[in-house]
Design a protein around this ligand. Structure first.
Ligand SMILES: [Cu+2]
Length: 135
């Protein structure tokens, strides 16, 4: 009987620890993070700046401590997925804000594929954003 009680107590403590740990460490899930474009449009041409913000949609706040990578910028939205252009990160933005430089060689819709690793979260944020390059 004594062993049984101890085992129950141990199990209860374990469950409490698990729940407690989960609530402090990972309130948000990786799907709660979203990239936003600060400007939906750019001028077509060389060396244009794209500005994005990584948001925690649960808190409505930008995420300052994420590692961002831009994977691709191409014209897939206009049926030209083979028309890709280089993207280079631009340092020195505010926390949560990320800037990239790219050449938009053609007016039309461009798709920016972005990824992020967020501290304390498992998995990768992966979003595709559409930017319109204007003449
Ligand atoms: Cu094109």
């Amino acid at each position: 009987m004594k062993t049984f009680t101890n085992a129950r107590a141990f199990r209860a403590a374990l469950i409490a620890a698990t729940i407690g740990g989960a609530s402090t460490a990972a309130l948000a899930e990786i799907t709660d993070y979203k990239f936003e474009l600060l400007d939906q449009t750019v001028q077509a041409g060389p060396d244009k700046t794209i500005t994005v913000r990584l948001m925690n949609t649960k808190t409505g706040k930008p995420v300052p401590d994420a590692v961002i990578f831009a994977t691709r910028l191409d014209m897939a939205p206009d049926g030209m997925q083979e028309m890709a252009t280089k993207i280079a990160p631009v340092p020195g933005a505010e926390p949560g804000i990320h800037k990239f430089k790219a050449t938009f060689g053609m007016a039309g819709r461009w798709q920016l594929s972005l990824g992020a690793k967020v501290q304390g979260e498992t998995g990768t944020v992966e979003n595709k954003l559409v930017i319109t390059a204007q003449k």
